[in-house]
Design a protein around this ligand. Structure first.
Ligand SMILES: *Cc1c(COP(=O)(O)O)cnc(C)c1O
Length: 402
Protein backbone atom coordinates (compact mmCIF):
# COMPACT_ATOMS: atom_id res chain seq x y z
CA UNK A 1 0.00 0.00 0.00
CA UNK A 2 1.20 3.50 -0.75
CA UNK A 3 1.92 5.75 2.18
CA UNK A 4 -0.31 8.48 0.88
CA UNK A 5 -3.22 6.06 0.86
CA UNK A 6 -2.54 5.30 4.48
CA UNK A 7 -2.36 9.01 5.20
CA UNK A 8 -5.80 9.59 3.75
CA UNK A 9 -7.32 7.14 6.20
CA UNK A 10 -5.59 8.57 9.18
CA UNK A 11 -7.44 9.93 12.16
CA UNK A 12 -6.54 13.44 13.17
CA UNK A 13 -7.57 14.53 16.60
CA UNK A 14 -8.74 18.12 16.91
CA UNK A 15 -7.28 19.97 19.82
CA UNK A 16 -10.07 20.60 22.28
CA UNK A 17 -10.01 22.62 25.50
CA UNK A 18 -9.46 20.92 28.79
CA UNK A 19 -5.88 21.92 29.19
CA UNK A 20 -6.56 25.54 28.37
CA UNK A 21 -4.56 27.89 30.49
CA UNK A 22 -3.19 25.13 32.65
CA UNK A 23 0.43 24.07 32.74
CA UNK A 24 0.98 20.37 32.60
CA UNK A 25 4.19 18.96 33.98
CA UNK A 26 5.80 16.68 31.45
CA UNK A 27 7.94 13.62 32.07
CA UNK A 28 11.59 14.52 32.44
CA UNK A 29 13.26 12.06 30.11
CA UNK A 30 16.29 14.04 29.07
CA UNK A 31 19.26 15.37 30.93
CA UNK A 32 18.79 18.97 31.98
CA UNK A 33 21.42 21.51 31.08
CA UNK A 34 23.85 22.02 33.93
CA UNK A 35 23.99 25.71 34.81
CA UNK A 36 27.13 25.73 36.85
CA UNK A 37 29.38 23.83 34.44
CA UNK A 38 31.60 25.16 31.71
CA UNK A 39 29.44 26.21 28.75
CA UNK A 40 31.00 24.64 25.68
CA UNK A 41 28.34 25.98 23.33
CA UNK A 42 29.26 29.48 24.40
CA UNK A 43 32.97 28.81 24.42
CA UNK A 44 32.88 27.80 20.74
CA UNK A 45 30.08 30.13 19.72
CA UNK A 46 27.84 27.24 18.66
CA UNK A 47 24.10 27.96 18.65
CA UNK A 48 22.06 25.53 20.78
CA UNK A 49 18.97 24.45 18.83
CA UNK A 50 15.50 23.42 20.00
CA UNK A 51 14.35 20.47 17.93
CA UNK A 52 10.62 20.81 17.18
CA UNK A 53 11.02 18.32 14.35
CA UNK A 54 12.16 14.70 14.17
CA UNK A 55 15.50 12.98 14.77
CA UNK A 56 17.95 14.14 12.14
CA UNK A 57 21.65 13.41 11.97
CA UNK A 58 22.50 16.96 10.92
CA UNK A 59 20.83 18.18 14.13
CA UNK A 60 22.79 15.69 16.27
CA UNK A 61 20.09 13.00 16.35
CA UNK A 62 18.37 12.96 19.71
CA UNK A 63 19.11 13.93 23.28
CA UNK A 64 20.57 11.05 25.22
CA UNK A 65 18.66 9.65 28.18
CA UNK A 66 20.10 10.45 31.64
CA UNK A 67 20.88 6.72 31.99
CA UNK A 68 23.04 6.93 28.89
CA UNK A 69 25.05 9.82 30.27
CA UNK A 70 25.37 7.89 33.51
CA UNK A 71 26.75 4.92 31.56
CA UNK A 72 29.19 7.15 29.70
CA UNK A 73 30.39 9.04 32.76
CA UNK A 74 30.40 5.92 34.90
CA UNK A 75 32.71 3.94 32.61
CA UNK A 76 35.13 6.56 31.31
CA UNK A 77 37.62 6.12 34.15
CA UNK A 78 38.80 2.58 33.33
CA UNK A 79 40.08 0.70 30.31
CA UNK A 80 38.20 -2.30 28.99
CA UNK A 81 39.13 -5.03 26.54
CA UNK A 82 36.94 -4.12 23.58
CA UNK A 83 36.48 -7.73 22.45
CA UNK A 84 35.22 -8.66 25.91
CA UNK A 85 32.99 -5.59 26.09
CA UNK A 86 31.38 -6.30 22.70
CA UNK A 87 30.90 -9.96 23.83
CA UNK A 88 29.17 -8.97 27.04
CA UNK A 89 27.16 -6.03 25.72
CA UNK A 90 26.17 -8.07 22.66
CA UNK A 91 25.00 -11.00 24.81
CA UNK A 92 22.94 -8.72 27.02
CA UNK A 93 21.37 -6.92 24.04
CA UNK A 94 20.60 -10.27 22.36
CA UNK A 95 18.87 -11.39 25.54
CA UNK A 96 16.83 -8.17 25.66
CA UNK A 97 15.88 -8.45 21.98
CA UNK A 98 15.17 -12.18 22.14
CA UNK A 99 17.56 -13.09 19.35
CA UNK A 100 20.71 -15.18 18.97
CA UNK A 101 23.34 -12.48 18.87
CA UNK A 102 23.83 -8.71 18.73
CA UNK A 103 26.51 -6.06 18.47
CA UNK A 104 26.86 -2.32 18.82
CA UNK A 105 27.79 -0.55 15.59
CA UNK A 106 28.50 3.10 14.88
CA UNK A 107 24.92 3.57 13.62
CA UNK A 108 22.51 1.79 11.30
CA UNK A 109 24.50 2.74 8.19
CA UNK A 110 27.53 1.00 9.70
CA UNK A 111 25.32 -2.00 10.50
CA UNK A 112 24.41 -2.23 6.80
CA UNK A 113 28.09 -2.18 5.81
CA UNK A 114 28.97 -4.82 8.41
CA UNK A 115 25.98 -7.03 7.68
CA UNK A 116 26.75 -7.00 3.97
CA UNK A 117 30.45 -7.61 4.67
CA UNK A 118 29.53 -10.55 6.92
CA UNK A 119 27.34 -12.06 4.21
CA UNK A 120 30.21 -11.76 1.72
CA UNK A 121 33.16 -12.94 3.81
CA UNK A 122 31.81 -15.20 6.52
CA UNK A 123 34.86 -15.95 8.68
CA UNK A 124 37.31 -16.09 5.73
CA UNK A 125 40.29 -14.03 6.93
CA UNK A 126 41.64 -13.47 3.41
CA UNK A 127 38.32 -12.11 2.14
CA UNK A 128 37.98 -9.89 5.21
CA UNK A 129 41.44 -8.46 4.49
CA UNK A 130 40.66 -7.88 0.79
CA UNK A 131 37.22 -6.29 1.07
CA UNK A 132 36.05 -4.20 -0.88
CA UNK A 133 38.48 -5.41 -3.57
CA UNK A 134 37.69 -9.10 -3.86
CA UNK A 135 38.88 -10.78 -7.04
CA UNK A 136 36.23 -12.13 -9.41
CA UNK A 137 32.65 -11.05 -10.05
CA UNK A 138 31.11 -8.61 -7.60
CA UNK A 139 28.91 -10.11 -4.87
CA UNK A 140 25.24 -9.33 -5.40
CA UNK A 141 22.65 -7.97 -2.97
CA UNK A 142 18.99 -8.14 -3.95
CA UNK A 143 16.70 -5.19 -3.26
CA UNK A 144 13.27 -4.19 -4.40
CA UNK A 145 13.44 -1.39 -6.95
CA UNK A 146 11.00 0.58 -4.79
CA UNK A 147 13.29 0.16 -1.78
CA UNK A 148 16.32 1.85 -3.33
CA UNK A 149 17.37 4.66 -0.98
CA UNK A 150 20.27 6.87 -0.02
CA UNK A 151 21.55 4.45 2.60
CA UNK A 152 22.06 1.58 0.16
CA UNK A 153 25.43 3.12 -0.60
CA UNK A 154 26.41 1.31 2.62
CA UNK A 155 25.84 -1.92 0.68
CA UNK A 156 28.00 -0.99 -2.30
CA UNK A 157 30.73 0.30 0.03
CA UNK A 158 31.63 -3.37 0.48
CA UNK A 159 32.13 -3.84 -3.27
CA UNK A 160 28.78 -5.59 -3.66
CA UNK A 161 26.39 -4.51 -6.38
CA UNK A 162 22.66 -4.13 -5.99
CA UNK A 163 20.32 -6.17 -8.14
CA UNK A 164 16.89 -4.57 -8.42
CA UNK A 165 13.75 -6.67 -8.55
CA UNK A 166 10.10 -5.73 -8.77
CA UNK A 167 8.22 -9.00 -8.31
CA UNK A 168 8.52 -12.35 -6.53
CA UNK A 169 9.25 -13.95 -9.91
CA UNK A 170 12.05 -11.47 -10.65
CA UNK A 171 13.47 -12.04 -7.19
CA UNK A 172 13.58 -15.79 -7.81
CA UNK A 173 15.25 -15.28 -11.17
CA UNK A 174 17.84 -12.90 -9.70
CA UNK A 175 19.16 -15.56 -7.32
CA UNK A 176 22.49 -17.04 -8.44
CA UNK A 177 25.81 -18.18 -6.98
CA UNK A 178 26.96 -14.56 -6.52
CA UNK A 179 23.92 -13.56 -4.45
CA UNK A 180 25.05 -12.92 -0.88
CA UNK A 181 22.14 -11.11 0.74
CA UNK A 182 18.66 -9.65 0.30
CA UNK A 183 18.03 -6.23 1.87
CA UNK A 184 14.55 -5.03 2.92
CA UNK A 185 14.03 -1.32 3.64
CA UNK A 186 11.27 -1.42 6.20
CA UNK A 187 10.45 2.29 6.05
CA UNK A 188 10.01 2.38 2.27
CA UNK A 189 6.90 4.18 1.05
CA UNK A 190 5.95 1.24 -1.10
CA UNK A 191 6.82 -2.45 -1.37
CA UNK A 192 6.12 -4.58 -4.40
CA UNK A 193 7.10 -7.73 -2.46
CA UNK A 194 5.74 -8.31 1.06
CA UNK A 195 7.95 -9.15 4.04
CA UNK A 196 6.66 -12.73 3.96
CA UNK A 197 7.24 -13.33 0.25
CA UNK A 198 10.65 -11.67 0.42
CA UNK A 199 11.65 -13.98 3.27
CA UNK A 200 10.31 -17.12 1.67
CA UNK A 201 12.16 -16.57 -1.64
CA UNK A 202 15.42 -15.76 0.16
CA UNK A 203 15.07 -18.71 2.51
CA UNK A 204 14.32 -21.05 -0.37
CA UNK A 205 17.68 -20.01 -1.87
CA UNK A 206 19.47 -19.93 1.49
CA UNK A 207 20.32 -16.28 1.09
CA UNK A 208 20.60 -14.22 4.31
CA UNK A 209 18.02 -11.47 4.76
CA UNK A 210 18.70 -8.06 6.26
CA UNK A 211 16.00 -5.63 7.40
CA UNK A 212 16.75 -1.93 7.90
CA UNK A 213 14.36 -0.58 10.54
CA UNK A 214 16.66 2.29 11.59
CA UNK A 215 13.95 4.81 12.50
CA UNK A 216 11.10 2.39 13.20
CA UNK A 217 10.50 2.75 16.93
CA UNK A 218 8.02 3.61 18.39
CA UNK A 219 6.22 1.26 18.71
CA UNK A 220 8.63 -0.63 20.97
CA UNK A 221 7.23 -3.94 19.62
CA UNK A 222 9.13 -3.34 16.38
CA UNK A 223 12.35 -4.13 18.24
CA UNK A 224 11.22 -7.76 18.44
CA UNK A 225 9.01 -8.16 15.41
CA UNK A 226 11.33 -8.71 12.48
CA UNK A 227 13.74 -11.33 13.88
CA UNK A 228 10.63 -13.24 14.92
CA UNK A 229 9.29 -12.91 11.41
CA UNK A 230 12.48 -14.57 10.15
CA UNK A 231 14.93 -11.85 9.10
CA UNK A 232 18.52 -12.98 9.68
CA UNK A 233 19.82 -9.51 10.49
CA UNK A 234 18.04 -6.39 11.70
CA UNK A 235 19.32 -2.89 12.40
CA UNK A 236 18.02 0.07 14.41
CA UNK A 237 19.73 3.40 14.93
CA UNK A 238 20.89 4.06 18.47
CA UNK A 239 20.58 7.80 18.20
CA UNK A 240 16.99 8.14 17.07
CA UNK A 241 14.02 7.44 19.35
CA UNK A 242 15.94 4.85 21.40
CA UNK A 243 17.84 7.95 22.54
CA UNK A 244 21.25 6.40 22.83
CA UNK A 245 24.47 7.87 21.47
CA UNK A 246 23.94 9.33 18.00
CA UNK A 247 27.06 7.52 16.83
CA UNK A 248 25.80 4.09 17.90
CA UNK A 249 23.41 1.54 16.48
CA UNK A 250 22.26 -2.05 16.82
CA UNK A 251 22.91 -4.99 14.54
CA UNK A 252 21.33 -8.23 15.66
CA UNK A 253 20.13 -11.62 14.52
CA UNK A 254 21.87 -14.83 13.46
CA UNK A 255 24.89 -15.79 15.55
CA UNK A 256 27.19 -16.81 12.65
CA UNK A 257 26.48 -13.54 10.82
CA UNK A 258 27.05 -11.36 13.89
CA UNK A 259 30.31 -13.25 14.47
CA UNK A 260 31.37 -12.54 10.87
CA UNK A 261 30.25 -8.90 11.17
CA UNK A 262 32.42 -8.48 14.24
CA UNK A 263 35.43 -9.87 12.35
CA UNK A 264 34.82 -7.10 9.82
CA UNK A 265 34.74 -4.40 12.52
CA UNK A 266 36.97 -2.51 14.94
CA UNK A 267 38.89 -3.27 17.18
CA UNK A 268 40.40 -5.51 14.47
CA UNK A 269 43.00 -3.42 12.69
CA UNK A 270 42.40 -3.82 8.97
CA UNK A 271 38.84 -4.77 8.03
CA UNK A 272 36.37 -2.56 6.17
CA UNK A 273 34.63 -1.62 9.42
CA UNK A 274 37.71 -0.30 11.15
CA UNK A 275 36.96 3.34 10.23
CA UNK A 276 33.51 2.84 11.83
CA UNK A 277 34.91 2.39 15.31
CA UNK A 278 32.63 2.37 18.35
CA UNK A 279 34.17 3.34 21.64
CA UNK A 280 33.71 1.87 25.08
CA UNK A 281 31.45 4.62 26.35
CA UNK A 282 29.11 4.33 23.36
CA UNK A 283 28.80 0.58 23.90
CA UNK A 284 27.87 0.99 27.54
CA UNK A 285 25.67 3.92 26.52
CA UNK A 286 23.86 1.93 23.85
CA UNK A 287 23.19 -0.85 26.32
CA UNK A 288 21.83 1.62 28.88
CA UNK A 289 19.68 3.34 26.24
CA UNK A 290 18.11 0.12 25.00
CA UNK A 291 17.39 -1.12 28.51
CA UNK A 292 15.83 2.19 29.44
CA UNK A 293 13.82 2.31 26.21
CA UNK A 294 12.40 -1.20 26.62
CA UNK A 295 11.54 -0.65 30.28
CA UNK A 296 9.92 2.75 29.76
CA UNK A 297 6.17 3.26 30.28
CA UNK A 298 5.38 3.74 26.59
CA UNK A 299 1.72 4.49 27.15
CA UNK A 300 2.58 7.23 29.60
CA UNK A 301 5.16 8.64 27.24
CA UNK A 302 2.59 8.68 24.41
CA UNK A 303 0.08 10.53 26.62
CA UNK A 304 2.82 12.97 27.52
CA UNK A 305 3.48 13.68 23.84
CA UNK A 306 -0.24 14.27 23.23
CA UNK A 307 -0.40 16.59 26.24
CA UNK A 308 2.54 18.59 24.91
CA UNK A 309 0.88 18.96 21.51
CA UNK A 310 -2.39 20.03 23.12
CA UNK A 311 -0.64 22.52 25.35
CA UNK A 312 1.02 24.18 22.37
CA UNK A 313 -2.26 24.10 20.43
CA UNK A 314 -4.12 25.73 23.30
CA UNK A 315 -1.57 28.51 23.60
CA UNK A 316 -1.91 29.26 19.88
CA UNK A 317 -5.68 29.18 19.52
CA UNK A 318 -6.06 32.59 21.19
CA UNK A 319 -4.89 34.09 17.89
CA UNK A 320 -7.82 34.68 15.50
CA UNK A 321 -8.33 31.84 12.95
CA UNK A 322 -5.41 29.77 14.25
CA UNK A 323 -6.35 26.13 14.63
CA UNK A 324 -4.36 22.99 15.31
CA UNK A 325 -4.69 19.24 15.16
CA UNK A 326 -2.67 16.43 16.61
CA UNK A 327 -1.46 14.32 13.76
CA UNK A 328 -0.07 10.84 14.33
CA UNK A 329 2.35 9.85 11.61
CA UNK A 330 1.51 6.35 10.35
CA UNK A 331 5.15 5.26 10.19
CA UNK A 332 6.89 2.86 10.01
CA UNK A 333 9.50 5.59 10.55
CA UNK A 334 8.78 8.48 12.92
CA UNK A 335 5.44 7.02 14.04
CA UNK A 336 4.56 9.52 16.73
CA UNK A 337 2.35 12.60 17.23
CA UNK A 338 3.10 16.07 15.85
CA UNK A 339 0.99 19.20 16.00
CA UNK A 340 -0.28 20.59 12.69
CA UNK A 341 -1.04 24.31 12.92
CA UNK A 342 -2.96 26.32 10.29
CA UNK A 343 -4.65 29.68 9.95
CA UNK A 344 -6.51 31.95 7.57
CA UNK A 345 -3.84 33.72 5.56
CA UNK A 346 -6.16 36.67 4.90
CA UNK A 347 -6.08 37.34 8.64
CA UNK A 348 -2.65 36.12 9.66
CA UNK A 349 -0.49 37.19 6.78
CA UNK A 350 2.42 34.81 6.94
CA UNK A 351 3.07 31.41 5.34
CA UNK A 352 4.06 28.30 7.34
CA UNK A 353 7.37 28.35 5.48
CA UNK A 354 8.03 31.91 6.66
CA UNK A 355 7.18 30.90 10.24
CA UNK A 356 9.70 28.05 10.01
CA UNK A 357 12.36 30.49 8.80
CA UNK A 358 11.55 32.97 11.58
CA UNK A 359 11.71 30.22 14.22
CA UNK A 360 15.07 29.10 12.93
CA UNK A 361 16.66 32.53 12.82
CA UNK A 362 15.15 33.65 16.12
CA UNK A 363 16.46 33.29 19.61
CA UNK A 364 16.37 30.56 20.80
CA UNK A 365 16.76 28.91 17.40
CA UNK A 366 13.92 26.45 16.83
CA UNK A 367 13.76 23.89 14.02
CA UNK A 368 10.21 23.06 12.90
CA UNK A 369 8.73 22.04 9.54
CA UNK A 370 6.11 23.18 7.10
CA UNK A 371 4.06 21.11 4.72
CA UNK A 372 1.81 22.81 2.18
CA UNK A 373 -0.48 24.99 4.30
CA UNK A 374 0.57 23.53 7.61
CA UNK A 375 3.11 24.42 10.22
CA UNK A 376 4.28 21.07 11.62
CA UNK A 377 5.50 21.23 15.18
CA UNK A 378 7.31 18.20 16.57
CA UNK A 379 6.91 17.59 20.29
CA UNK A 380 8.73 14.33 21.04
CA UNK A 381 12.25 15.76 21.11
CA UNK A 382 11.49 18.81 23.23
CA UNK A 383 12.78 19.05 26.73
CA UNK A 384 9.79 19.64 29.07
CA UNK A 385 10.90 23.22 29.68
CA UNK A 386 10.93 23.90 25.93
CA UNK A 387 7.25 23.13 25.27
CA UNK A 388 6.03 26.60 26.27
CA UNK A 389 9.07 28.30 24.78
CA UNK A 390 8.18 26.83 21.37
CA UNK A 391 4.49 27.71 21.78
CA UNK A 392 5.25 31.29 22.77
CA UNK A 393 7.72 31.86 19.95
CA UNK A 394 5.18 30.63 17.37
CA UNK A 395 2.52 32.80 18.99
CA UNK A 396 4.76 35.83 18.83
CA UNK A 397 5.55 35.28 15.14
CA UNK A 398 1.89 34.72 14.19
CA UNK A 399 0.70 37.73 16.20
CA UNK A 400 3.12 39.99 14.42
CA UNK A 401 1.57 38.96 11.11
CA UNK A 402 -1.96 40.06 11.97
C1 LIG B 1 18.67 7.01 9.89
C2 LIG B 1 18.63 5.88 8.96
C3 LIG B 1 19.79 5.16 8.62
C4 LIG B 1 21.13 5.57 9.13
O1 LIG B 1 21.21 5.36 10.49
P1 LIG B 1 22.42 5.92 11.36
O2 LIG B 1 22.15 5.30 12.70
O3 LIG B 1 22.32 7.40 11.36
O4 LIG B 1 23.67 5.42 10.73
C5 LIG B 1 19.67 4.08 7.79
N1 LIG B 1 18.48 3.71 7.29
C6 LIG B 1 17.35 4.37 7.58
C7 LIG B 1 16.07 3.90 7.01
C8 LIG B 1 17.38 5.48 8.42
O5 LIG B 1 16.25 6.13 8.72
Amino acid sequence: MKRRDILKGLIVLPVAGGLHGSTVSFIETVASPQQTKRDFFKELGVTPVINASVTMTFLSGSLMMPEVLEAINGTAHDFANMYELQDKVGAKIAEMLKCEAAMVTSGAACAIVLGTAAAITGTDAEKIRQLPNLPGPRPEVIMQKKHRYLFDQAVTTTGAKIIEVDTVQEMKEAMNQHTVMALFFNGAEESSISHEDFLSVAQEHRVPTFLDAAADVPPVENLFKFQKMGFDLVTFSGGKMIRGPQSAGLLFGRKDLIHAARLNHSPNEAPIGRPMKVNKEEMFGMYAALKSYIERDHEKEWQDWLARAKQIGNRLQVIPTVKSEVYVHPGPANAFPNLNVYWDKQKVKITPKEVVAALKSGSPSIVANSKDNLLVVGVVLLRPDQVNIVADRIKEILKKAI
